[in-house]
Each structure stands twice: as C-alpha cells, then as structure tokens.
Write a protein that binds this ligand. Structure first.
Ligand code: FAD
Length: 486
C-alpha cells in the first residue's frame, strides 16, 4: 500500500469489531460433547472438575484482512459520552501507538510527552519489528516507507569465519526447508515513531513539553494529574491514566514505588553507533548490501550490525562491565565510548572500518537494565491506572522485543477499552479495572514475562562461549527460545 493510502482516515471494521479476528462457529461435535459432559457433571452433584467450555477457533477477518480497520472518509466522532477519557503519559512508541488506536475507535484521549518536540533528544537507534511487523497494520500502517527487510543473518568469529547463517536467502537455497512467513523489518526508532505520529495528523490532543509529576486517584472518579510545563505546574483531569513513560516510569513509581521492583543491572554495557555507507566508500563488502544483518563475538565482546536506513548501518557493541564502571564510561560521552568500542573490536572487515568511520556524535552508550516482572496484584493498586511498554516490562535490547511488546500492549488495551467500555457496558458502575484493566494486564504480563526473562538470559549468553557454537540458528535458540533477532 502506498503512502497516500496510509494517510487516509481509518475506523474499525464492523465485521470483527476492530479485533482483526472472528470467532469461527464451534463445531456441532464439540458443542454436543461439552453439553454431555456438563450434564454428567451436574448429575454427579458437581463432583470433580467441571468441564471447560471449548473455545471456537479464531480466523483472520476477511473484511479487513486481519487489521481490524477499514478505510473511512474521516475518523470516527469522539465518544465522550460512553468512553473514559484517557491520559496517555509518554509519547514514545507505546504511547503514540495507543493514541492512534484510540483515534480509530472514537475513544477520547490526551497524549502528554515531557520532551518539548519530536527532535528534542537524540534517540538514534534501530528497531527490528518481529511479531509487530504484522500488528503494525492494526495502527493503519500498511507499509513502512523507511523499513528495510533483511534476508540474511550471519554470525562470525573475530577472524571472520562464518559460524552461523539463517534467513530467507539461506532457506530459499535449501530445497528441503520450509520458508517462514514472518518477515523482520528494520527501522530507525524515530522513523517508526514518526510513522505513528503521522497517523495522528497533528491531533490537538498531543501535548509536548508536559512532564507528569504527580496524580491523585479518587475512588472511581476523575483522576487529577499535575504536569510540569515550562517550569510551572498545570493540572488536568482524566478517567484513566496509562503510563507509557518508559523504563524510568513516573507513573509506575507513583503507583508501585521504585523500591519494590527496582532497576536490575544486567552486568553489561551497550555502545551504539550509526554510520552512513557513504563514509565507507571504496570498501567492498557483501555484508554492506543493506539486506544483511551480521554479528561477531569472541565470548566476551559481541557486535551486532544491521541496516538502519537504506544508506546507513547501526552497530551495537556490548560486553560485561561492572555497573559503576559502565556508568562512568557512559558519562564520559561519545568520544570516549567510540574509543572504547574501537579498542575492543579490531576484528574482521568491515567492523573496524565501520566503527572508525562513525562520527563520534553518532555514538551513545549506556548500562543495560531491566526490572523483575510485575504481578497483577501490584498493578491492581491503581483502580484507574495501568502501564504499558517499558513502563510495565522493561527488558534488555538483546532479543529486540521491547518495542514489539509495547505495540502489542497498545493494541490490546485499545481493543479492551473499546469492548469493555462500549455503550451498554456499565463500566462506570463496575469500574474500569474490572471492566478492562485486569484482563488487559493479565494478558500483557503473561505475554511479556518470557520476553523479559529471555532478554535477560541473552545479556549473559551473548557474552559467553555459547556464541561461538557453530549453528545455523539465532544464538541461544539451541538453548531454547527462537526469536529471530539475536
Ligand atoms: C539500543 C536499543 C535497541 C533496541 N532494539 C529493539 C528492537 O530491535 N526491537 C524492539 O522491539 N525493541 C528494541 N528496543 C527497545 C525499545 O526501544 C523500547 O522497548 C521501546 O521504545 C519502549 O517503548 P515505550 O513507549 O514503552 O517507551 P519509550 O519509547 O521509552 O517512550 C517513553 C516516553 O515517555 C516519555 N516520558 C518519560 N517520563 C515522562 C513523564 N514523566 N511525563 C511525560 N512523558 C514522559 C519519554 O520522554 C519518552 O518519549 C531497543 C532499545 C534500545 C535502547
């Protein structure tokens, strides 16, 4: 689909109610089996375990091809009468995605971002969309203009010997292999964020320069929020707060307290850089074809290099380091980080050349953290408050899952609000927690817990001898998980 089509308004598909899936009618055989088992259970005075109602299979909705959206002349009218007004805190990937999904459903929202504008901070790194490369259609984005599809993933020793290869090119050349349908899309974080922001089309509910500093919840009534705006405090009201404010979330801190699930250091530092291919002129390497992802490790340091745009690459070097040392190195700034990265990677071509050609102001680095996985009980403290994305489940970048999970969270929450707070839902009497939040959080925490755990494990094994095993699979998949990113 072309950009002009992306720019049109969307509304939810009436056939699947914006879910992208439709329940197939349960087969008669299973309905009868269940009916019989239920009768027997009731006749036995309800002894033993009650039979579980079989679930109908969900099929992709044909009307909207599974996106949950159909084109429309304009966005639906905002339904202030029925739906809660949502204060979304944080205009990163998850927050903007939630705003877009609310817009498509007529759910009123205000999106607050502490940065004063889109470019306020350098946020230059690339993301790999895995599961979310399909989910992104649920936000009305059917083609990511700036996205790059990689077709080959290689793993090397420091001398340049290939010890692992996978991806479309490998599979296509191997007659007996089944080709996977999933495609990984590489995109700069800011390009994805911009694509989402463009969907909002300059919506007046987007408030830059608003840093949430406090909120007060009044039992199932409107919540009062305080923002720091231009050095002054401004107040606002909402029916639901969604903390999409990242790994150091203020909403999470105010709700749960930072001491309960503090930042957990994962014993390593990441140094990142972006290098234009034009700075590598004269260097002839098949690894720089804008469709190859490659990594090289020695059991301690590990570098991962992927297409960032069609004419640049992003590198991510990581290695174990004491927390205090990592903080000190990060604080020294880009020149020191670049020097450290160069010192540690005098490996095969084109790695030293790429690092050398990267401008220091395109280099950043930070110690890697996550947090222990939340429990639903901790989130239940907020009757009209929830979290999503990194605020709810921060994880190391080594499985490339953080933004993927944030997008899935945003879609799930918008769909939950649409269903749970619709015209006949009675959510005002039942409370939004019972109507929407508990189910949303249960699914989100279940889905993301494994990603948090696997990402933390990857922070260990990618800097161990496991990376040196000859194996045509993502590193660590011989141990278990099979996410394609690392
Ligand atoms: C190097 C690196 C590589 C990565 N690679 C991948 C990858 O390949 N694939 C992937 O899926 N993920 C990846 N991730 C993770 C991904 O970037 C994050 O998980 C994702 O951005 C989380 O989105 P979010 O919306 O929850 O938080 P963020 O994108 O961090 O957004 C939070 C927003 O909240 C704002 N904010 C904070 N506090 C306040 C406040 N008090 N008031 C108002 N606004 C506030 C911030 O300014 C920010 O804009 C990577 C991360 C890094 C660092």
């Amino acid at each position: 689909m072309k950009k002009s089509e992306n720019e049109k308004a969307w509304t939810i598909c009436p056939e699947c109610k914006g879910l992208g899936k439709k329940s197939q009618k349960l087969q008669k055989k299973f309905r009868l089996q269940y009916k019989k088992a239920l009768e027997e259970f009731e006749q036995s005075n309800k002894e033993g375990i009650p039979p579980i109602r079989p679930k109908a299979h969900l099929n992709s909705c044909i009307n909207c091809a599974g996106s949950g959206l159909i084109r429309s002349e304009k966005f639906p009218e905002v339904d202030n009468e029925n739906y809660p007004h949502i204060a979304i805190i944080g205009g990163g990937i998850g927050g903007v995605a939630l705003a877009v999904a609310c817009l498509h459903r007529g759910i009123p929202f205000t999106l607050y971002e502490r940065d004063t504008n889109f470019e306020a901070r350098s946020q230059g790194y690339g993301l790999t969309l895995q599961q979310a490369s399909k989910a992104i259609e649920g936000f009305g984005i059917f083609s990511l203009e700036k996205g790059i599809v990689s077709t080959r993933h290689l793993v090397h020793t420091p001398e340049g010997k290939v010890i692992g290869e996978w991806g479309m090119r490998k599979w296509l050349s191997s007659v007996n292999q089944k080709v996977t349908k999933r495609t990984n899309i590489h995109i700069a974080r800011q390009a994805l964020r911009l694509a989402l922001l463009e969907q909002l089309g300059g919506h007046d509910s987007l408030k830059w320069g608003h840093q949430l500093v406090n909120f007060k919840e009044n039992d199932n009534k409107t919540i009062e929020l305080s923002f720091q705006v231009n050095g002054k405090i401004q107040m606002a009201k909402a029916d639901l707060i969604v903390g999409a404010d990242g790994i150091r979330s203020t909403v999470r801190n105010l709700l749960i307290g930072d001491a309960i699930t503090p930042l957990r250091y994962l014993d390593c530092i990441v140094i990142l850089g972006i290098c234009p291919l034009s700075a590598l002129e004269g260097l002839d390497s098949p690894l720089l074809d804008s469709a190859t992802v490659f990594q090289t490790g020695n059991g301690n340091e590990r570098i991962y290099i992927m297409p960032y745009t069609s004419d640049s690459v992003m590198w991510q070097l990581s290695f174990p380091m004491e927390e205090a040392e990592a903080k000190a190195l990060s604080a020294k700034g880009c020149e020191a980080l670049k020097e450290e990265a160069l010192l540690r990677t005098q490996w095969h071509s084109p790695i030293p050349q790429i690092l050398k050609a990267t401008k220091a102001n395109q280099v950043s680095g930070y110690p890697v953290y996550d947090r222990e996985v939340l429990t639903t009980e901790l989130l239940e403290k907020g009757k009209q408050i929830t979290l999503l994305g990194d605020a709810a489940h921060p994880m190391s970048p080594f499985k490339g899952q953080g933004a993927n999970q944030a997008l899935l969270d945003a879609l799930a929450l918008a769909r939950g609000i649409y269903k749970g707070c619709g015209p006949f839902s009675n959510w005002k009497a039942t409370g939004i927690r019972k109507s929407v939040l508990t189910d949303f959080e249960t699914e989100m925490l279940e889905r993301s817990a494994k990603k948090v755990k696997d990402s933390a494990e990857a922070a260990q094994f990618l800097h161990s001898d496991i990376v040196l095993l000859e194996n045509n699979q993502p590193r660590g998949s011989c141990l278990k998980g099979k996410d394609l990113m690392e």
